[in-house]
Structure formats: structure tokens, C-alpha cells
Design a protein around this ligand. Structure first.
Ligand SMILES: O=C(O)C(=O)Cc1ccccc1
Length: 389
């Protein structure tokens, strides 16, 4: 890189009226290149401005570390308030159901997108965010794990939900009248054969932000040629008829959601969500690893975890294709540095980060992988929750 470097890395403690973060800290990053970083909306992603072009960077390191010592669910006088859980969508969305399953009685904070839900937590409008991350059915892969990399929230809980899709129409409409089906892209992908079985394979499919949003759209416009794929609860909320239940391609359709918070849970919080002291298998740790070298690192990873007798419950290799992942490593030895990776590995293993075997395994991984970040350590919850009676 030819340009000169005087980089600024800024952690904003608030926003200016134009929505940009105020810089409260700046430090040099990369001698020889003129780079400027600032934190946008107080998240861990920074913008790299080089030659007039901007790129978002994932950040290794947690800008919130040590700051947020109190649960924001705790009010001014120490009185516990309702936990506010941000989710993508509107009431009736599956993510809302996952939020209330994880935190019964919580206050749902509806958000336009997944990243908005994360921002809601970062800007303290919510205490937790909930994101769907993987499902038993194929379809549009949920790339929410990538979002975790661009922010510094911690995974504090997981929750599994049996997702039963229903076909909803305006009152009195018959399925033969349906010319268009609307839903979240994942729901549309999960119901392709289901729609065929209902004789609706030739209708137009339209993807919208969330399943409940599709139901609300049909309701608010009084559409008589459009159906929504959503939950039965969405039918109740938006006054729609359920013309078919269980329209997913396979009867077994489970989605795993992650609950995110600004700080890791305390022991007390973990006991509250079912931690059993001394039982290692009851814990899970999610990490992300990237290496400049590429796929050969996979074998090394597998042998490290196998040597320490730690089971993996998820291993996702995510080739970054033409757009390598750029990571601003603020914890790098010798000062923050920008790195590029062609492969990113998402791993969940069955042990607590605090377990000595896990610590040794992580130490070994850190020796050969260029980038390792622990996304969270939380109580494993294999239970599958159902919504419909
Ligand atoms: O759109 C929704 O209702 C969501 O919460 C996202 C989603 C969609 C399909 C399955 C699980 C979550």
C-alpha cells in the first residue's frame, strides 16, 4: 500500500445528531497506510476508508469489555425491569416467539432487520437480541453468524424452536383464490413442496422481511388473492384464517436461535437459565476462527479438539469467495491490524470456555490460527420448544 498511514480507531460513547459516532479514543493502527476508523452506532464494526472507498470490517476484540458491569435489565434503583428483547420482525414473528420462550414475560422490541436488533442492544434500547442462526431444513442459509463477527455482543443463550408454518388468508378467502404467497425468504424456501401439495406451486412467491410482516400486509390491505406463510399466532393477531397448517416440506422443522447481550452472563444468570455446576457437557462455547492459509487449518482444528476429547456440535466452513473477510484485530500483538481471510470457521464445542481442557485447546488453536474470537459461552439447551397447542 502506497498511501501514508495515520489511522484512527474510535470508540464512540454517544452519537452526534447526524447519527455518526463521536470519537472518544483514537490510536494509530497500520504504519504506512492512511486509514481512518471510527465506530458507527457504537458497534464493533468499523469503516475503513481507503482511496475514497469504504468497507466494513469485523473486529476482533470487544470494545464493550469492562464497561457494562451492570445488567441493563436493572433499573435506576436496582429494581429489575422487564428484560427487553430485540427481534427482527413484528409481533407474531417466530423470532418473537423464540424471545418469549427464552424470556417469558419479556418486552419484545420489534426491529426491521437482524442488524437493527443488534444495534438496539448496542444502543441500550434493548437488553438482548435474538437471532435465528440455523435450521434443520435447507433453504436460504441464515448468515447471522457473520453478523456476530461484525459486532461485539456475546452469545449468552441458545433456544430451539419447532417452527410450524401456516398458510394464512383474509377471512373467507379459499386457497383456490390465492395467486401470490408472501413470507420471509427462509419460510418460502422451507415450504416449496408444501405449497405444491396444496396446488399452489405456480403462484408468485414474494419475499418480505418477516413472516408476521407478510400476515400484516395481507390484513392491512385486505388482499384476497394473497396468502402469507406465518405462525398461527400471526393469524390471531392480524385476524386471518388458517387454511393449512404444517406447510413445511418436512414435518421436522427446528430453528436454533441465539440470544445476545452486551456482557457475558454471570454465574447467577447462568444458573437462572439452567446451568448445572460441574457438568461440562451442559455448556457450549461458540468460536470463530480465520486463517490466512485456508482449508488445511481444518485438519489441525479437528485434531486439537479430538485430542482434548471435546465434541464439536457445529463446524461451518464459510469460504468468503471474492470478498475476503476483513478483520480489524484490535487485540493483535504489537497494535491493532487489518487482516484478510479467505476462510472463516464457525465452531460450537461442548465445554465451557473456563474448562481447563477447553482452555488448552483454545491456546493450541491460537498458536496456528491468525484470528480466534470466542463469541460466547452459554448453557446448552437441547430442548425443542413448540408453540402451537
Ligand atoms: O420471519 C420470522 O418470523 C422470523 O422470525 C424469522 C424466521 C423465519 C423462519 C423461520 C425462523 C425464523
Amino acid at each position: 500500500m502506497a498511501a501514508k498511514l495515520s489511522a484512527k480507531l474510535c470508540f464512540g460513547s454517544g452519537f452526534n445528531t447526524d447519527g455518526r459516532s463521536r470519537a472518544i479514543e483514537s490510536r494509530p493502527v497500520w504504519p504506512g497506510v492512511n486509514v481512518q476508523f471510527y465506530h458507527k452506532r457504537r458497534c464493533a464494526a468499523a469503516e475503513l476508508i481507503m482511496g475514497g472507498k469504504q468497507a466494513t470490517l469485523a473486529v476482533n476484540g470487544n470494545s464493550n469489555r469492562g464497561r457494562d458491569t451492570k445488567w441493563s435489565a436493572e433499573g435506576e434503583n436496582g429494581v429489575r425491569k422487564k428484560v427487553r428483547v430485540a427481534y427482527q420482525g413484528i409481533p407474531g414473528a417466530f423470532s418473537e416467539a423464540a424471545a418469549t420462550t427464552a424470556h417469558p414475560g419479556c418486552e419484545g422490541v420489534p426491529c426491521k432487520g437482524y442488524e437493527d436488533a443488534i444495534w438496539a442492544v448496542e444502543s441500550r434500547k434493548a437488553d438482548r437480541a435474538i437471532l435465528p442462526v440455523e435450521g434443520t431444513l435447507e433453504g436460504n442459509a441464515v448468515r447471522n453468524y457473520d453478523l456476530l463477527l461484525h459486532h461485539s455482543l456475546h452469545i449468552v443463550e441458545e433456544i430451539r424452536l419447532f417452527v410450524n408454518y401456516c398458510l394464512l388468508v383474509a377471512p373467507g378467502v379459499r386457497k383456490e383464490q390465492v395467486r401470490r404467497v408472501m413470507s420471509h425468504p427462509m419460510a418460502l424456501a422451507h415450504c416449496s413442496h408444501g405449497l405444491k401439495k396444496l396446488g399452489l406451486d405456480v403462484v408468485t412467491r414474494e419475499a418480505v422481511d418477516d413472516t408476521a410482516g407478510a400476515a400484516e400486509f395481507v390484513h392491512s390491505r385486505g388482499l384476497r388473492d394473497t396468502a402469507a406463510i406465518a405462525s398461527c399466532r400471526a393469524a390471531e393477531i392480524y385476524g386471518l384464517d388458517v387454511v393449512a397448517r404444517g406447510v413445511q416440506d418436512e414435518p421436522w422443522n427446528v430453528t436454533r436461535f441465539l440470544v445476545l447481550a452486551r456482557q457475558p452472563y454471570t454465574d447467577e444468570d447462568n444458573v437462572g437459565v439452567g446451568a448445572v455446576v460441574g457438568v461440562n457437557r451442559a455448556w457450549k462455547t461458540s468460536i470463530v476462527i480465520a486463517h490466512e492459509g485456508g482449508l488445511e487449518v481444518l485438519l489441525k482444528l479437528l485434531s486439537v479438539f479430538s485430542f482434548h476429547n471435546i465434541s464439536l456440535t457445529k463446524l461451518e466452513v464459510n469460504p468468503q469467495g471474492n470478498a475476503p473477510l476483513r478483520v480489524l484485530d484490535i487485540d493483535a500483538k504489537g497494535g491493532a491490524a487489518v487482516r484478510q481471510f479467505e476462510y472463516v470457521f464457525y465452531i460450537d464445542f461442548e465445554a465451557s470456555e473456563a474448562d481447563p481442557h477447553a482452555q488448552r485447546a483454545l491456546e493450541e488453536v491460537r498458536r496456528f490460527a491468525t484470528f480466534v474470537r470466542v463469541l460466547g459461552c452459554y448453557v446448552a439447551r437441547p430442548k425443542i420448544h413448540t408453540l402451537d397447542p
